[in-house]
Design a protein around this ligand. Structure first.
Ligand SMILES: O=P(O)(O)O[C@@H]1C[C@H](O)[C@@H](CO)O1
Ligand SMILES: Nc1nc2[nH]cnc2c(=O)[nH]1
Length: 296
């Protein structure tokens, strides 16, 4: 059976969860990280961990997907206080769009200022290869086109405005920082940028759908991230996101390739180390930048 779905969480629901967490850890995170399919190793990098299983956190959904451990981990990444979702929620798990994005509002109430999201995605851009890391510069929110937006329903101004702007959703300074860090780390050959398209899943795309998405300007397709980004921007957090291109989307009828979750997880394993180094190096630079802006 599908997990329980609740349509809408109040500010008080989110605050109760955030306060429950804050009472059990001294970590006061400034950066919140969401790990995509097979990319949960990032959370293991945190030192001085205080970790919670999702099933023990009030109001939290449960992870049901292989490759999503279902733990919220507080700790320090290279000395910087962070909180990390080792596993995210997806629409296809049967949760409401408000429920899959609930942790982002909890991030906000924990004091997070910058959200960094990773995901596994299929490559539509013909110049992309499996193993490329795509810095997301924009998204196509297909569920939103059909009226399924995480901000649907009553708006609570304590989170943000009724009609938030999304033309600057992905922080341009952080995109540039990722490019610079990637170059420094020698990732130039496999670091790309592009537009991410979210679909509801869980079925992968037909050939006709993939061709359509490519024509619409999508470089990669997945089943997450955009709803989280909308909620993060609504409540004023900075956003950085990247996709690991885990498979090439099938665009030809005579192709023998078949998309599958095992390939997605396998590619995650092969690129995990580089991806973790990119994100963790950025965290140290974001922190320096914040410290600098406070001094100035
Ligand atoms: O959580 P992400 O977006 O990384 O997960 C992707 C989309 C599906 O959940 C799964 C398909 O293999 O990977
Ligand atoms: N929709 C979708 N999600 C993915 N996640 C990882 N690969 C893919 C893909 O090819 N399509």
């Amino acid at each position: 059976m599908f997990p329980e779905t609740k349509n809408g969480y109040t500010y008080e629901d989110c605050k109760a969860t955030a306060d429950w967490l804050l009472a059990q850890t001294d970590v006061r995170p400034k950066v919140g990280i969401v790990c995509g399919s097979g990319l949960g190793g990032l959370a293991d990098m945190l030192k001085n961990q205080v970790a919670f299983n999702y099933k023990d956190i009030p109001n939290f959904p449960q992870s049901t997907v292989h490759g999503h451990a279902g733990r919220l981990v507080f700790g320090t990444l290279k000395g910087r206080p962070c909180v990390c979702m080792q596993g995210r929620f997806h629409l296809y798990e049967g949760y409401s769009i408000q429920k899959i994005t609930l942790p982002i509002r909890i991030f906000k109430l924990l004091g997070v200022e910058t959200v960094m999201l990773t995901n596994a995605a299929g490559g539509l851009n013909q110049d992309f290869k499996v193993g490329d890391i795509m810095i997301i510069k924009d998204h196509l929110n297909m569920p939103g086109f059909a009226g399924n937006n995480p901000l649907s329903g009553p708006n609570d101004e304590r989170f943000g405005v009724r009609f938030p702007c999304m033309s600057d959703a992905y922080d341009r300074e952080l995109q540039q920082m990722a490019m610079d860090v990637g170059q420094e780390l020698g990732y130039g050959d496999f670091l790309k940028e592009g537009v991410y398209c979210v679909l509801g899943g869980p079925s992968f795309e037909t050939v006709a759908e993939s061709r359509m998405l490519h024509k619409l300007g999508a470089d990669a397709v997945g089943m997450s991230t955009a709803p989280e980004v909308i909620v993060a921007r609504h409540c004023g957090m900075r956003v950085f996101a990247l996709s690991l291109i885990t498979n090439q989307v099938v665009m030809e009828y005579d192709s023998a390739e078949k998309a599958n979750h095992e390939e997605v997880l396998q590619t995650g394993k092969e690129r995990a180390e580089q991806l973790e180094r990119l994100v963790s190096t950025m965290v140290t630079k974001i922190d320096q930048k914040l410290a600098f802006s406070i001094v100035v």
